[in-house]
Design a protein. Structure first.
Length: 146
């Protein structure tokens, strides 16, 4: 029986010490989770502060750049270039309009002249006189076709 008591005491103590060790580990784990959450929260706050600082600094820098003489000069040159481009586009539009009018006017004159030619003179018919096309394509340029 002495051996049985010895083993029960030995295993009972180790069971009890294991249980205590598990409780301490759970407590440490809870503490680490709390510290981790706190650190994450601090990191978020720090990052948000830095972003706000960067926004302010960027806004100040942009304002300074816009107020600089170089920016103003560049802006004026861009505006001048845009004005020239608009003028150039207007000139191109005018030229195209003129060209369109000329083409349209020539087409109207051609149709009028072709209708006048068709009924005015019988000498312009291809039956009465050979044309250059007839003489070059026939191969026999000296004699007209009979």
């Amino acid at each position: 029986m002495g051996l049985k008591n010895f083993l029960n005491n030995l295993f009972g103590k180790s069971k009890e010490s294991t249980h205590q060790l598990m409780e301490k580990a759970e407590q440490k784990l809870d503490q680490l989770e709390d510290k981790g959450e706190l650190m994450v929260e601090k990191a978020k706050d720090w990052a948000e502060d830095k972003v706000e600082d960067l926004k302010k600094s960027a806004a100040e820098t942009i304002h300074k750049v816009k107020e600089s003489e170089t920016y103003k000069a560049a802006e004026q040159k861009v505006e001048a270039a845009l004005d020239k481009a608009e003028d150039f586009m207007e000139k191109i539009e005018d030229k195209f309009e003129d060209l369109k009018d000329k083409i349209t006017g020539n087409d109207d004159k051609k149709s009028e002249s072709s209708s006048a030619d068709s009924g005015s003179s019988p000498a312009s018919t291809s039956q009465d006189s050979p044309t250059n096309e007839d003489s070059t394509t026939s191969g026999d340029s000296a004699t007209p076709a009979s």
